[in-house]
Design a protein around this ligand. Structure first.
Ligand code: ATP
Ligand code: MN
Length: 549
């Protein structure tokens, strides 16, 4: 073998990374510059050449994702191939596509990238535990997307970048260009497609940056349990400063993971994606992705102040003269967002890893029917029941086409991201919880005592925070509890700094007890109906922990 053929994988210099990308995409013409791990300042500058981008009054990059301002779950596909096909949970979440379709779509993505003048590469990590982290490469054509992933992945040190070698997984983002919907398996011009054999993902037909982050999440939902017996979680996590106690907050979009985990009295491990290994809890990401709608410095100071130079603000409306963002403006979308490096939160714990097991497990729900209490204590069986159910009211925004709250059930509080059958994750969670003796709570951050449609108000954030404080200082566990019928939830009669009439929706239902009972029955039957799918796989104890009609 001639020396020039020897493959150097331990230390790829930027020039050879570039030539490798050129080779892989066959970039003999076109693309003039390829920037690898460009600093935020350069990405800000480059992004200003993209459509409608601007700099906010606090220095953040303002960018627009075009037609798609939320994820497109119906366009997510997994390639059906020999290495993974017996493990994958096939169905509406993970739709199969053939290797042939993959080849066509991948070529289409490459074709698009070939026509660009500039490409960006972001080489970074997913997973803060060095033992389990994976090396991710993102190749994209928008500086906005490159800055987004620079923020959301774990940024390598100079040395780690020099020794990066071959990535474990590559994302090819050609989202500005559509798929051909006449291609077999394709139902629209959008595809977000993962291939576990090639260890690649391609994006066509959507510029929503969250697809990249949640795509990597699905990869971790596959790799961690299958290869390392590690549980992947759609949760935020934080840790007590004094006691080192870890809390996990599970919840679907909009239920409060990001908002509630940013707590000045606790260290932030991460706001969205974690793994629970035998050593403790580690964050998958290097950044946070906060909802910005109605954001205020007064209610959420940590997040508000993280929106500065280096952060990416998406789909917001701003004052054309002052460049001050109007966080109340929903005219582009309800799902306005900001992506910032996790160290922009002052109480971030870096590295984002806790060598302790969770002491409190919190299931967040945003119930628009007003039936569930703002806080209840769960038995281990109830945790499993509610974890498998994954109830919330889907609020407008994060997904395309959702404009009013609608009750939804999403197993493991993260069905769109699961790679394996939900019972696989639920079983792992049950084992870990019994091994480590965690307390568990259900928190409704939505409506209580009156429904959204009957004009009720969402539980004020300050009361949810007070509830959390009383969980963390141990006082809540000592309170008196009463039982709510049907759901059999244990509700405290008193919580420090929370008005007592908020605690028990049955006693305080705005339209009287009869109406309350019928609202409870309605919600309970939705739970029961949803759980039919899991009946044959759940234990009798878990089954009887659900609502009893
Ligand atoms: P995603 O998975 O999409 O990132 P998330 O669970 O992180 O969603 P947040 O970004 O925390 O959700 O969104 C919660 C939203 O609800 C915020 O805009 C927050 O201001 C608002 N909110 C209103 N009342 C409450 C409450 N009582 N508790 C938590 N959040 C609340
Ligand atoms: Mn979040």
């Amino acid at each position: 073998m001639s020396p020039s053929k020897v493959k150097v994988t331990s230390s790829l210099d930027p020039a050879s990374v570039e030539s490798k990308i050129r080779e892989e995409l066959d970039l003999s013409t076109g693309v003039t510059t390829i920037r690898r791990n460009a600093p935020p300042a350069i990405l800000h500058e480059d992004a200003l050449n993209e459509s409608k981008t601007a700099i906010s009054s606090t220095g953040a990059l303002i960018a627009y994702s075009g037609e798609k301002t939320g994820r497109s779950p119906r366009d997510k596909r997994i390639v059906e191939e020999s290495t993974s096909k017996d493990n994958i949970w096939w169905g509406p979440v993970n739709k199969p596509c053939s290797e042939k379709t993959w080849a066509i779509n991948r070529e289409r993505a490459a074709d698009y990238l070939r026509t660009r003048d500039h490409l960006y590469i972001v080489d970074a990590f997913a997973g803060w535990d060095p033992k389990y982290r994976i090396k991710v490469r993102v190749v994209c054509a928008r500086a906005y997307h490159a800055l987004f992933m620079t923020n959301m992945l774990i940024r390598p040190t100079k040395e780690e970048l020099e020794n990066f070698g071959e990535p474990d997984f590559t994302v090819w983002n050609a989202g500005q260009f559509p798929a051909n919907k006449n291609t077999e398996d394709m139902t629209s011009k959008t595809t977000v497609e993962i291939n576990f054999k090639a260890m690649e993902m391609i994006i066509l037909g959507t510029e929503y940056a969250g697809e990249m982050k949640k795509g990597i999440f699905t990869v971790m939902f596959y790799l961690m349990p299958v290869h390392h017996n590690i549980l992947t979680l759609h949760s935020s996590a934080n840790q007590g400063i004094r006691d080192g106690d870890v809390t996990l907050f599970f919840g679907l979009s909009g239920t409060g993971k990001t908002t509630l985990s940013a707590d000045p009295h606790r260290l932030l491990i991460g706001d969205d994606e974690h793994c629970w290994s035998d050593n403790g809890v580690f964050n998958i990401e290097g950044g946070c992705y906060a909802k910005c709608i109605d954001l205020s410095a007064e209610k959420e100071p940590e997040i508000f102040n993280a929106i500065k130079f280096g952060s990416v603000l998406e789909n917001i409306v701003y004052d054309p003269i002052s460049r001050v963002v109007d966080y109340e403006d929903k005219s582009i979308t309800e799902n306005t967002r900001c992506a910032y490096p996790i160290e922009y939160i002052p109480s971030a714990k870096i590295p984002c890893f806790a060598d302790a097991h969770p002491k409190n497990i919190i299931l967040l729900t945003c119930d628009a029917s007003g039936v569930l209490p703002p806080i209840s204590k769960l038995t281990p069986e109830q945790v499993m029941y509610h974890f498998i159910s994954g109830y919330t009211s889907k609020m407008a925004g994060t997904e395309q086409g959702v404009t009013e709250p609608e009750p939804t059930f999403s197993s493991c509080f993260g069905q769109p991201f699961l790679a394996l059958h939900p019972i696989k994750y639920a079983t792992m969670l049950a084992q870990k919880m019994s091994q480590h003796n965690a307390d568990a709570w259900l928190i409704n951050t939505g409506w209580t005592g009156a429904s959204y449609v009957s004009g009720g108000k969402r539980c004020p954030l300050k009361y949810t925070r007070a509830i959390l404080d009383s969980i963390h200082d141990g006082t809540l566990a000592q309170e008196q509890y009463e039982t709510l019928p049907v759901f059999n939830l244990q509700v405290p009669t008193h919580v420090c700094d929370v008005p007592s009439e908020l605690l028990n929706p049955m006693k305080n239902w705005s339209q009287g007890e009869a109406k309350y009972n019928s609202a409870v029955s309605n919600l309970a039957s939705l739970f029961v109906e949803n759980f039919h799918t899991y009946e044959d796989k759940a234990t009798p104890e878990v089954l009887s922990a659900g609502p009893q009609i």
